[in-house]
Write a protein that binds this ligand. Structure first.
Ligand code: G2I
Length: 461
C-alpha cells in the first residue's frame, strides 16, 4: 500500500521553503576538484611522472599527492636502476614511488622494462649470442614484473622500438633477436603480472605519419598473433616550434580500433625560451587539444604529464634554450596550461592548490547496527607548515562521537571539532595526521560532506 500522499497546500509549502533555503543559504565552500578528480569523472586518470630525488621537496610532494590520481617513476624502474649488474636486482627506488602512490591512493604506470636507453653496459656491450640475450631479456622482465606484481596498473613493456621512418630501431635487442624480442617481452610480462595492462610506448607517434604507421603495423600483427598487448602509449613530447601532431585524434582512434587501449604517457609541451604570454597561451591550447583528443576516443584511458612542474622537467638539460614545458612553473604555481587542462576535462578554472590548503580522507572502517569506527586523515596541502590545527565538520545524521583518539574530540549538535593532540600539532607541508573515533548512530550513516581546518575548507579525498 502506498503511504498517504501529502495534501496539495502542504506540498506547495514544502516547495516554497526549499526554494527559500536554496536562495538564502550560500552553498558550502566546495573545494575545486583536482585534475585527477576531473579526469576520474570522465572515466580517465590524470597522472604525473616523478623521480626519487624530488620526493624530499615537501611542497612538490604535496601537489603530486593531491592533484593526480596516477604517477609514473621517471627513472627508478628502468633497467639501469633495477638490474645494474647481471642478476643483481635493486628495487628500493621503485618501491619508494609505489609506496608513495599507495599512501595517496594513486595508481602507478610502470616504466619501463625493455628500452635501448638507460640500459647498463653489461647488456648493450655484452656481445651475447641470441639465445643468451633472449634469456637475459626474459629474466629481466620476469624478475622486475614479478617484484611489482599487483602494484602497477600499466607496464610500458617495450619503449621506443621505432626509428622516425617507422622501421625498427637498431637496438642490441633488435640487432640480435629481430622484432621477436617485443613479443617475448610482452609474453614474459603477462606471465609475471597478469593484471597489469601491457603497453608499447613511443614518441613522435602522436599524429599520423610514418613512425606511427610502423607502430600501427606492429600492434596489428601482435594482435593477429595473439601476443598479449593491451595498450599503446603515445609519449606526447611536443614542441611549439614543430607544430601540433597531425590528426592526433584520428591517430588515437585507429589504434583503439585495433582493440587496444591508448594513453598519452609523457606529455610535455616545450617552447624556445624565454616564455611569454603568447607562447604560454598557445601551450595552454595545445594541452587542451591533447586532452580533448583523448576524451574523444573512448579507449583513451588517461593522460600522464612528464612531471608537472618546470622545476623538475628533463627538457632544459637535453634541449638547451628550450623549456617551460609543464603546467606548473618553477615555483609550483599553475600556468595558463593548468586551467586549460581543467576546462578541457570538464571543470572550471580554479586552483585547488592554494584554495584547498588541506585534504581530509574520512573512512568508516567498521560499522555495526548502532555504531561505527571512523579513520580520518588530515593532510596539509599547503606549502608552509601548520602549527596547531582544529578540524571541524558536521554529521549529516544523528551520529554522536563516543570516544576519539589522536585528537581532542568534542561535539555540539551535529558539529564536531577535533583539535590536534600535543604530538601531532605540527603538520609540515605535505604531512598528514591520522586520527579516529567511535560513534553511535541510528538510521543511515552518511559521511560528512565538508571539512575545514582552522576554518578553511579542505578537499575531501
Ligand atoms: O627523455 C625523456 C623521456 C623520453 N621517453 C622515455 C622516458 O623514460 C624519458 O625520460 C627521461 C627522464 O625523465 C630523465 O630523467 O629519461 C632520461 C634518460 O633518457 C632521464 O634523464 C636521465 C639523465 O640523462 C641522467 O643523466 C640521469 O642520471 O636521468 C638520470 C637519472 O636521474
Amino acid at each position: 500500500m502506498l503511504p498517504p500522499r501529502p495534501s496539495q497546500p502542504l506540498l506547495a509549502l514544502v516547495f516554497a521553503l526549499a526554494l527559500l533555503v536554496a536562495l538564502v543559504v550560500p552553498p558550502a565552500q566546495a573545494a575545486e576538484p583536482t585534475l585527477g578528480e576531473l579526469a576520474a569523472a570522465k572515466g580517465r586518470y590524470f597522472g604525473s611522472a616523478t623521480d626519487n630525488p624530488e620526493l624530499t621537496d615537501a611542497p612538490y610532494v604535496a601537489i603530486l599527492g593531491s592533484e593526480f590520481n596516477s604517477i609514473t617513476p621517471g627513472n627508478s624502474m628502468k633497467w639501469d636502476a633495477t638490474e645494474p649488474q647481471r642478476g643483481q636486482f635493486s628495487f628500493a627506488r621503485g618501491d619508494e614511488v609505489v609506496a608513495l602512490a599507495q599512501r595517496n591512493s594513486q595508481r602507478v604506470r610502470g616504466h619501463t622494462l625493455v628500452w635501448h636507453s638507460q640500459l647498463p653496459g653489461w647488456v648493450s656491450n655484452g656481445g651475447f649470442p641470441a639465445t643468451e640475450l633472449r634469456s637475459i631479456l626474459q629474466n629481466h622482465v620476469t624478475t622486475v614484473a614479478t617484484h611489482f606484481k599487483g602494484k602497477l596498473a600499466h607496464w610500458d613493456v617495450v619503449n621506443e622500438p621505432f626509428n622516425e621512418d617507422g622501421t625498427f630501431r637498431d637496438s642490441v635487442f633488435y640487432r640480435t633477436l629481430g622484432q621477436s624480442y617485443i613479443a617475448d617481452a610482452l609474453r614474459a610480462a603477462r606471465a609475471a603480472d597478469p593484471a597489469a595492462k601491457l603497453y608499447i610506448n613511443d614518441y613522435n607517434t602522436d599524429g599520423l605519419g610514418a613512425k606511427s604507421d610502423g607502430m600501427y603495423n606492429l600492434v596489428k600483427s601482435l594482435k593477429a598473433q595473439g601476443v598479449p598487448i593491451d595498450g599503446v602509449g603515445f609519449q606526447g613530447h611536443l614542441a611549439l616550434q614543430y607544430g601540433f601532431p597531425y590528426k592526433m585524434q584520428e591517430n588515437l582512434r585507429r589504434f583503439a580500433d585495433l582493440g587496444v587501449d591508448v594513453a598519452i604517457t609523457e606529455l610535455d609541451i616545450r617552447m624556445n625560451l624565454p616564455a611569454d604570454a603568447t607562447k604560454l597561451a598557445t601551450q595552454a591550447t595545445w594541452y587542451s587539444d591533447v586532452t580533448k583528443a583523448c576524451l574523444a576516443v573512448s579507449r583513451c584511458v588517461g593522460i600522464t604529464i612528464w612531471d608537472y612542474t618546470d622545476k623538475y622537467s628533463w627538457i632544459p638539460s637535453v634541449f638547451p634554450g628550450e623549456g617551460a614545458a609543464l603546467p606548473y612553473d618553477e615555483n609550483l604555481r599553475p600556468k595558463p596550461a593548468y586551467n586549460a587542462l581543467r576546462t578541457a576535462l570538464g571543470g572550471t578554472p580554479g586552483d585547488p592548490g592554494p584554495t584547498a590548503a588541506c585534504a581530509v580522507a574520512y573512512k568508516v572502517e567498521s560499522q555495526w547496527n548502532a555504531g561505527f569506527t571512523a579513520a580520518v586523515t588530515v593532510t596539509n596541502r599547503g606549502t608552509t607548515p601548520i602549527n596547531g590545527w582544529r578540524l571541524t565538520f558536521a554529521f549529516p545524521g544523528d551520529q554522536k562521537v563516543t570516544q576519539g583518539w589522536n585528537a581532542g574530540w568534542s561535539q555540539t549538535g551535529r558539529d564536531v571539532t577535533a583539535a590536534n593532540a600535543s604530538w601531532n600539532g605540527t603538520l609540515a607541508a605535505g604531512a598528514s595526521a591520522s586520527i579516529g573515533f567511535n560513534a553511535s548512530y541510528t538510521g543511515t550513516n552518511a559521511a560528512p560532506a565538508t571539512f575545514a581546518l582552522n576554518g578553511t575548507a579542505c578537499r575531501a579525498s
